[in-house]
Ligand binder design. Structure first.
Ligand code: 1HN
Length: 377
C-alpha cells in the first residue's frame, strides 16, 4: 500500500514525521540562531554539601569491593534530562566530580578513551599509577591521565584524600566513542622511578632532548609550586583586567594544553580585584582552591568560597570579584577550549557597556547542607 499524498503543508509535515523525515523550512530557525543556545546553565555547588554526600558514600561503599571509584559528580540542571543521570554533564562537554579515597583503598587500574585530569584538594596520602609511574598527589597538584593511559589510585596515609576529577565524558559519550579496558591486575606494575616524569622535567622550561617529538603525557604531575611560581612571576606585570594573574598547564612537548582535550588553568585574583566581564564559546568549571568572592554570570551573582564549584556555560557574560581586602583568591579551572579551537568554534567578546561591568539583577541561592528540601530543576 502506498503512503498517502499530502494535500496541504500540515499533512506534509505529519507525513514526514511519520516517515522519519523533517521539513527544513520550518526547523532551520531553531538551529540558525544569532547566538548559541546553551543547555547547561550557570550553576554553583557548595563544598559542604558535596563533602557531606561523599562522607555518606564513604560509609556506605568501599572502593575496590563493589565500587571502582567513589566520586560524586556534578550534574548541571540543564543537562539533567540526558540518560543516565545527565551523563555527568557539568557542561555540555565536561564531567567534574569530587573523588574520595580512604586509607588503604585501591581504585583498580583501567584505561579509557575519555581523557582525565585531577586537582588535589585534601590529603597527603594519594598515590596514582599512570603508565608505569607512581605519582605523588599533594594538595594543589594538577595531574593528568590522558586518553588511553593506564591509571589506578590508592591512599597510603591514614587520612582520606579528596580531589577534583575532570573528564570529557559528555563529549566522548555524545560521539559514542567511549571504550574502556580493564587491567588484568588491580594495580599496574611500576616500570620507572616514582615521580619519574616530574624529575625528568625538573628544569621546568628546559626539556629532555628526547622530547622534540610530541608525546601525550610527558609530564604527569604539575605541582602547586609550579603554578604558584608562575603566578608569582606575573605579578611584575599589570593585572589582566578580566582574569587577574592566570597561567595554564601545558604539555612541554607541544606547548599546547597538558591534557589534549581539556584546558586547565590556575588564576589568582588579587585582594579587592574586580574583573571586567567577557564571554566566550568555551565553557568553564571553576574550583575555588583558596579565598572567597563572587562571579557575576549573565547578571546573576554567584558567591563562592573555598571548595565550591561554579560552571560558566558557553557564551555567558562573566566577571570575577575577590571580596577579601587581605587575601589572594585562587581559582583552578578546566575548560573545553581545546575542543572549541580544534573545530574553529572559539570567539571572545568583551562586555560593551558600563566600563565592562554587568549590573547584578539577581543572587543565586545554592543548595546548602541546611537548605530545606527543594526542587533542584
Ligand atoms: C575514571 O576512570 C575516574 O580513574 C574518575 O579516577 C572518574 C568518570 C567517568 C569515567 C571514568 C578515575 C571517571 C572515570
Amino acid at each position: 500500500m502506498s503512503r498517502k499524498d499530502s494535500k496541504n503543508l500540515e499533512e506534509l509535515h505529519q507525513n514526514l514525521e511519520q516517515e522519519n523525515m523533517g521539513p527544513l523550512w520550518s526547523s532551520i530557525h531553531n538551529l540558525n540562531t544569532i547566538e548559541p543556545k546553551s543547555k547547561p546553565i550557570p550553576y554553583l555547588w557548595k563544598k559542604e554539601l558535596i563533602h557531606k554526600r561523599l562522607k555518606e558514600a564513604e560509609n556506605l561503599l568501599k572502593v575496590g569491593e563493589g565500587a571502582d571509584r567513589r566520586a560524586v559528580f556534578l550534574i548541571n540542571p540543564g543537562m539533567a534530562d540526558l540518560e543516565p543521570v545527565g551523563w555527568g554533564g557539568a557542561t555540555q562537554t565536561l564531567y567534574a566530580a569530587v573523588q574520595a579515597v580512604k586509607p588503604g583503598e585501591i581504585a583498580p587500574a583501567h584505561r579509557h578513551t575519555t581523557t582525565a585530569l585531577r586537582f588535589i584538594i585534601n590529603g597527603h596520602g594519594g598515590r596514582g599509577r599512570v603508565n608505569g609511574e607512581k605519582i605523588t598527589f599533594e594538595p594543589g597538584d594538577f595531574l593528568i591521565t590522558p586518553t588511553w593511559t593506564w591509571h589506578d589510585h590508592t591512599n597510603i596515609d591514614d587520612e582520606e584524600v579528596l580531589w577534583m576529577d575532570c573528564l570529557d565524558v559528555p563529549f566522548t559519550n555524545f560521539l559514542a566513542t567511549c571504550f574502556t579496558e580493564f587491567h588484568e591486575k588491580k594495580q599496574q606494575d611500576l616500570t620507572v622511578e616514582d615521580d619519574f616524569s616530574l624529575k625528568r622535567y625538573n628544569g621546568g622550561m628546559v626539556r629532555p632532548i628526547d622530547d622534540r617529538e610530541e608525546k601525550i603525557a610527558p609530564l604527569g604531575r604539575y605541582t602547586w609550586k609550579m603554578a604558584k611560581d608562575g603566578i608569582e612571576g606575573l605579578k611584575q606585570l599589570d593585572v589582566h583586567p578580566v582574569d587577574g594573574y592566570a597561567v595554564e598547564y601545558i604539555n612541554p612537548t607541544t606547548g599546547k594544553d597538558a591534557n589534549d582535550r581539556i584546558g586547565s588553568r590556575m588564576q589568582m585574583l588579587p585582594p579587592e580585584f574586580h574583573g571586567k566581564a567577557h564571554r566566550h564559546v568555551h565553557s568553564t568549571i571553576y574550583h575555588v582552591f583558596k579565598g572567597e568572592g563572587y562571579t557575576i554570570v549573565n547578571g546573576e551573582r554567584f558567591d563562592w568560597s573555598e571548595g565550591d564549584f561554579l560552571v560558566v556555560p558557553t557564551w555567558a557574560w562573566h566577571e570575577h570579584v575577590n571580596t577579601s581586602s587581605d587575601n589572594e583568591a585562587f581559582l583552578f579551572s578546566t575548560n573545553d577550549l581545546p575542543i572549541m579551537e580544534a573545530f574553529n568554534f572559539e570567539r571572545v567578546e568583551d562586555y560593551p557597556e558600563n566600563d565592562g561591568h554587568q549590573e547584578v539583577t539577581s543572587v543565586f541561592e545554592p543548595i546548602r547542607v541546611d537548605s530545606s528540601a527543594q526542587e533542584t530543576k
